[in-house]
Write a protein that binds this ligand. Sequence first.
Ligand SMILES: [Zn+2]
Length: 255
Amino acid sequence: MIFRFLQITCALICLNPGALSGQSPSFPIIMIDPGHGGSAMVGSLKDRSNSSSNNAVTRGGLKEKDLTLEFSRILRDELLRESARSGPPVSVGLTRDRDVNVNFIDRAAACNYPNTACIVSIHFNAGAGGKATGSLALISDRKRNRHYDLDYAFGKGLAAACNAGIRQFIPEAKSRGVITDGHLHGGLGSNFFFQLARQKALGKVPRCFLEVEFIDNPKVEAAILTGDREAKFRAIAKPIVAYLLAYVEPGAAKR
Ligand SMILES: [Zn+2]
């Protein structure tokens, strides 16, 4: 119990004080992990804790690491606003709330509350020569994942909810559904999932990466990242908020 207290306290103090916000820490906690951050790789390959500071970049020079933080903050605020307005009561945690990279041991530890309800790592995608669109969820491969079906269902719904938000600005965008992490790190899979699996208390908590959109596509950049980006992100977050609150609500849960 003391260890647990220290762990939670450390997660709050070491990473970002006030990381958990909401009506009460005893409510179900939705953990949001803004991918990447800072200016350097942290962690190590040997420990499977390494996190790159940034991956995707737009043609206009916007960085994924900044967009993940912006979007995660807005998602947190909208979750808390909607939770306070019509329930269910939730708390929301961020694994980072500033421009700093956090290794995956610490990101996983920051998610480790007794009442964590789900974990979403926010990312923006790149690939296919700057022509792709679509939201997708990435989950741990079946061969390493005892809760594959749970994660698959969670990720599929989340990608569809995100796509519903995106379609307000890119009507032809489609959800790409769920992919697995078998292609990462030479077949070893995601470091985040590896470290989360070591947090035994998180057991059956559903988890996935949400790749919001392909930001190396100039059309995507123009549609959702230029102009009043904050208002656009709030609009995109709305169906995601509805999905996550329905997911954690007792009785409405799809687990
Ligand atoms: Zn990423």
